[in-house]
Ligand binder design. Sequence first.
Ligand code: COA
Length: 150
Amino acid sequence: MGELRLVELSASNIVAANSLTLKPGQEQYVAPVSHSIAEAYVNPITAWPRVVLDDDEVVGFIQGNFDPESDHEEFKGCIWSINVAAAAQGRGVGRFAVLSLADEARSRGYDRITVMFEPGEDGPEAFFYRLGFSSIGETQYGETIAALSL
Ligand SMILES: CC(C)(COP(=O)(O)OP(=O)(O)OC[C@H]1O[C@@H](n2cnc3c(N)ncnc32)[C@H](O)[C@@H]1OP(=O)(O)O)[C@@H](O)C(=O)NCCC(=O)NCCS
């Protein structure tokens, strides 16, 4: 693993970001990157789409949403989506992406970030808890809402 960098989603990395592959069983826990890119396109003010580069290779994608005016208190500053390439998982890329998003949130004056995920085997629950998130509730569909204090 070389030096990790977080860069804006752009014309030069969008195809690679959209081609990130996951490990078998993980697809059910995260929408395809193309969905996040579409969301970012229609929510250009609040969406924060970023790509993780290992040297010049795209190894991850994270999308935040920073919307202080949101009606939903728990989603004013949140992770919408995160994917790490199958071959790059378990080497700190996800942690780097989440902590980078946390830095951005802190610089915008947030005192916490949130994330929503489906509990289950092969899911991201243990990852988020390992990074210090704790559960703060559940959606009506049974997804866990977790928060990280900054
Ligand atoms: C969840 C995901 C982003 C984690 O990325 P990653 O780069 O593999 O995670 P990291 O290597 O940065 O792991 C950070 C820590 O979490 C732990 N961790 C990561 N995944 C874990 C898992 N499935 N079970 C237990 N611990 C896990 C790591 O061991 C590491 O712990 P350490 O402090 O002992 O080093 C990645 O597995 C992924 O893309 N999953 C599929 C998509 C997904 O579910 N996204 C979430 C939708 S909201």
